[in-house]
Design a protein around this ligand. Structure first.
Ligand code: PEP
Length: 252
């Protein structure tokens, strides 16, 4: 039985004061209303990591980053390393979000290196995959997602891949208000799990949480999260409102 996980991806939103207020609202609503063991992660922008980390100390809410460098350290102006995140006590990092793949040309090989850096510093990657609309329309979406998963993760040993989280996020559903149907989500999650089983066996594959992302809202979360292979969600827009985010957590 996999524990459900709900992670919020704040993307490039909020000021320091707004981030502080949102973190504290999530903590207090969560504390008052959520009794389930669902893991909750707030993936906040880099400048707010320390602040959110301090605010969430001794609460069940964890903090994650949205990216890290594939390099260990050195002359990479503007980059943030896995070691830096680790030194702040940050346990999670989103890698390979479709916005990074699309706007920053992050390749499969580069993502494999980022995964290695993250794991070398005991960070848990939330590894994103998902197809753009034209690929879904061509009917090659399963092949593309299988390729993304293989390129980013299949160099890992079974013990290493057992510790990661995968997020399936169809690009056509991100920030569009268009959600995958439960059938579309379950079908792709089953494809990913089968691919993991083919490479690593059923025991490893059954351990790995696969989250769904793409316009998850309070009114569709429960149904999506009830699919057998959907282990929770990666939530963008709706994670910017504490009320909606906590209602989504309750859906898990
Ligand atoms: C995301 O960016 O990871 C995401 C799922 O966004 P949204 O929930 O806004 O579609």
């Amino acid at each position: 039985m996999r524990t459900k996980i709900v992670a919020g991806n704040w993307k490039m939103n909020k000021t320091s004061a707004e981030a502080k207020a949102l973190t504290s609202e999530v903590i207090s609503l969560h504390g008052a209303e959520v009794k389930s063991p669902t893991k909750v992660i707030l993936c906040v922008p880099f400048p707010f990591l320390q602040q959110s980390k301090e605010q969430t100390a001794n609460t069940p809410v964890a903090v994650g980053a949205q990216n890290c460098s594939e390099h260990e350290s050195g002359a990479y102006t503007g980059e943030v390393s896995a070691a830096m995140l680790k030194s702040l006590g940050i346990p999670y990092v989103i890698l390979g979000h479709s916005e990074r793949r699309q706007y920053f040309q992050e390749s499969g090989a580069q993502l494999a290196r980022k995964v290695d850096r993250a794991l070398a510093h005991q960070l848990i990657p939330i590894f994103c995959c998902g197809e753009p609309l034209e690929i879904r329309e061509q009917g090659t979406h399963e092949a593309l997602v299988r390729k993304q998963v293989a390129e980013g993760l299949f160099h890992l040993a079974p013990e290493a891949i057992s510790g990661i989280i995968i997020a399936y996020e169809p690009v056509w559903a991100i920030g569009t208000g268009k959600t995958a149907t439960t059938q579309q989500a379950q079908d792709m999650h089953a494809v990913i799990r089968k691919e993991l089983a083919g490479k690593y066996g059923n025991v490893v594959s059954e351990k790995i949480p696969i989250l769904y992302g793409g316009s998850v809202k309070p009114d569709n979360a429960r149904e999506l999260f009830s699919c057998p292979d959907v282990d929770g969600g990666l939530v963008g827009g709706a994670s910017l409102k504490a009320r909606d985010f906590v209602d989504i957590i309750k859906g898990a």
